[in-house]
Design a protein around this ligand. Structure first.
Ligand code: ZN
Length: 175
């Protein structure tokens, strides 16, 4: 697999992440490729579905299995914008995904080499090849921007609340 091809498919995963962002979901996207063809694409839907397991990778794996009519994704490459968590890494191992390519690392919970390396632990009966840091900056910046916007929105709401409180107090005082 060439670097250009990995970047090409990562851009597709980024497009999925952007769809998540428009739903005010944490922008994480994934695509699954078999024989050069994207057979599945998904994005994080945790808030929309109020479902803790609705991660991009898990949804992409579910869809890919339905698509090929098999739980074995032995020839598949999964592209995801953020390093997979413990749950998704588990699903990757169980579905025997051949190769995982991710963008940004997640030192606080990533299980594909930073926090842990479940994908390449030889105590499991399957290991995936891992490629990290593909379009890392683009993938990471989406997340940074998203969380910054949330913080700013919360701050603005807090200030607005304070202002209303102050106005109420002034009104009471002047009565
Ligand atoms: Zn996950």
């Amino acid at each position: 697999m060439t670097v250009e091809l990995d970047e090409y498919y990562m851009i597709e995963a980024i497009k999925e992440a952007q769809k998540a962002e428009t739903l005010t979901e944490v922008p994480i996207g994934a695509v699954i490729v078999i024989d050069g063809k994207i057979i599945s694409r998904a994005h994080n839907l945790r808030e929309t579905r109020q479902n803790a397991v609705a991660h991009a990778e898990l949804l992409a794996i579910e869809h890919a299995c339905r698509e090929i009519g098999s739980w074995r994704l032995e020839n598949a490459t999964l592209y995801v914008t953020l390093e997979p968590c413990a749950m998704c890494s588990g699903a990757i191992i169980l579905s025997r995904v051949k190769r995982v390519v991710y963008g940004a690392a997640d030192p606080k919970g990533g299980c594909a080499g930073t926090f842990m390396n479940l994908l390449q632990d030889d105590r499991f009966n399957h290991q995936s090849e891992v490629m990290s840091g593909v379009l890392e900056e683009e993938c990471g910046q989406m997340l940074t921007k998203f969380f910054r916007a949330i913080r700013e929105r919360k701050k603005a709401e807090k200030q607005k609340r304070k202002k209303t409180e102050l106005e109420t107090i002034t009104e009471i005082d002047s009565q």
